[in-house]
Design a protein around this ligand. Structure first.
Ligand code: TNX
Length: 480
């Protein structure tokens, strides 16, 4: 029986001849005790393995465990960041980790290996290829509540992704409380695509979500989209519009029509308040300020705007992420540029990487946009980037997607779920499962083997069923 590890570790050896031993409470307790002094979040995760002990075949777990059973868990600074090694057998467990994150991901691997209540004999050496491994959720087109977002965090963490990017503002809605700017959420939030009642996260909700995510080694990167995708902000504060005219909420799905007045004092007063509040309430070191599809702006106005945005973000001590269009602007060192489409000019990306040290996160829409339909007939999703089958989401190389950009300049991979057609948590997980685990393998840099990946999915589907998560039973997988 194969061990259904996703993302597949860099190296795994399973001793297929060794019988699988029943998982015992003492295995779990030993692991928890060994991790507790230096990796508390990993230790807390490990306590959850007791649920799998209960799945051990009745009778097998009774009686004394093997004599001399021992667990070790040690820090090993010689391993790559977030990396770990693991040895599991009936009578000995050994874990080494580069850091606390590595220990946490190691426990994720144990979780997948023993979930049926038995312990394989195996050795793993593992570390991620990409430092930034994310999933983006658009809560602006359709608002999704804290409960739904937590389920997405659970999935990200389960598949060893370390970032949740929340797309918090767009033409249809403003979804995050901003200190000193109450109208953003009083007037800008009560709407979704197709009408609907919208909603927003209070600062308490936001703090709660970040804490929940941090416990699972996921950092929240909030996105406020500027200078385009700003209709909801303009409903709240008409003085930031180029024409100053009052607007009604927008419930359509067109993109690219809105912009703030790029040089107006009123705009920069709002931007300053928004970035100050967002930075103050964001635990992680990075904020995303959009920069996509400002189609009504001339390039020089756009560039002047995002360059000033870069200075504002830096003045609040945050690293900045912007969408691909901002490539070539003069931005603070360390700014990340999120690549999403080949349909706009990409010639300058390689030059920006080589000459200006630009760094990229890869989200090519034809592989990583999980709002695109699985196939033409799929009821949910858009098709502007084509369809994204399970294999499309799985079989791609982030570096090859960015023409001419050196490998060292590609620091991350992110799956994106836009929600023009996505209304409920069931819709969200139907689009993410099973494609998010596929993109997670790309982000982790797992050795590519689509057949192996596909063969693991029935086990994952059973877990999603247990968790009550809707998913798409794609053809070609032998779902239970
Ligand atoms: C493009 S990707 C957008 C979004 C849409 C998405 C739909 C990007 C930076 N902008 O505004 O929601 O396509 O797939």
């Amino acid at each position: 029986m194969t061990v259904p590890l996703v993302p597949a570790p860099q190296h795994v050896t399973v001793d297929e001849d060794a019988p699988r031993a029943p998982l015992r409470a003492e295995h779990v307790d030993g692991l928890v005790r060994a991790l507790a002094p230096w990796a508390p979040r990993a230790a807390r995760l490990a306590t959850g393995l007791h649920a799998a002990v209960a799945r051990t075949t009745p009778g097998e777990s009774a009686g004394a465990g093997p004599a001399g059973f021992g667990v070790r868990a040690d820090l090993d600074a010689s391993l790559p960041a977030e990396g770990y090694t693991l040895l599991l057998s009936a009578d000995r467990w050994e874990l080494r980790a580069a850091d606390e994150a590595g220990a946490f991901w190691a426990v994720r691997t144990v979780e997948q290996a023993v979930r049926d209540g038995s312990v394989p004999t195996m050795e793993v050496t593992d570390s991620p290829t990409y430092a930034v491994r994310g999933v983006m959720l658009d809560v602006a087109r359709h608002f999704l509540d804290v409960v739904a977002v937590k389920r997405v965090v659970d999935l990200a963490s389960a598949y060893r992704l370390n970032q949740l990017h929340l797309h918090l503002t767009d033409d249809q809605g403003w979804r995050i409380e901003i200190e000193g700017r109450p109208l953003l959420t009083e007037r800008g939030a009560a709407n979704d695509v197709d009408g609907g009642t919208g909603g927003f996260f209070s600062l308490d909700d936001y703090a709660h979500l970040q804490k929940y995510a941090a416990e699972r080694h996921v950092v929240v990167v909030p996105e406020v989209d500027l200078p385009g995708h700003t209709h909801a902000a303009q409903v709240a504060y008409p003085e930031v519009s180029p024409d100053g005219v009052e607007r009604e909420p927008y419930a359509g799905i067109e993109v690219g029509f809105s912009t703030v007045a790029v040089d107006a004092d009123a705009t920069w007063a709002l931007v300053e308040d928004v970035v100050a509040s967002l930075a103050r309430h964001t635990v992680g070191d990075t904020i995303h300020l959009g920069g996509d599809e400002a189609l009504v702006l001339e390039r020089d106005d756009y560039v002047r705007f995002v360059e000033r945005l870069g200075r504002v973000a830096a003045s609040h001590g945050k690293r900045l992420t912007l969408w691909q269009e901002a490539t070539g602007a003069d931005l603070p060192d360390g700014t990340l540029l999120q690549y999403w489409t080949w349909q706009i000019d990409t010639d300058h990306l390689a030059r920006a990487a080589r000459e200006d040290g630009a760094l990229f996160v890869a989200s090519p829409a034809n592989h990583a946009y999980l709002d695109q339909k699985y196939d033409e007939d799929f009821p949910l999703g858009l098709t502007w980037a084509g369809t994204v089958s399970l294999e499309d989401a799985y079989a791609w190389d982030p570096v090859a997607e960015l023409p001419g950009v050196p490998a060292a300049s590609v620091v991350g991979v992110e799956a994106c779920l836009w929600t023009e057609t996505i209304r409920t948590l069931d819709d969200v997980t139907t689009m993410l499962l099973p494609r998010l685990p596929a993109v997670a393998e790309v982000a982790w840099g797992s050795p590519q083997d689509f057949d192996r990946f596909r063969a693991t999915l029935p086990a994952h589907g059973a877990w999603w069923d247990d968790a009550g998560l809707a998913f798409h039973r794609v053809d070609g997988v032998e779902w239970d």
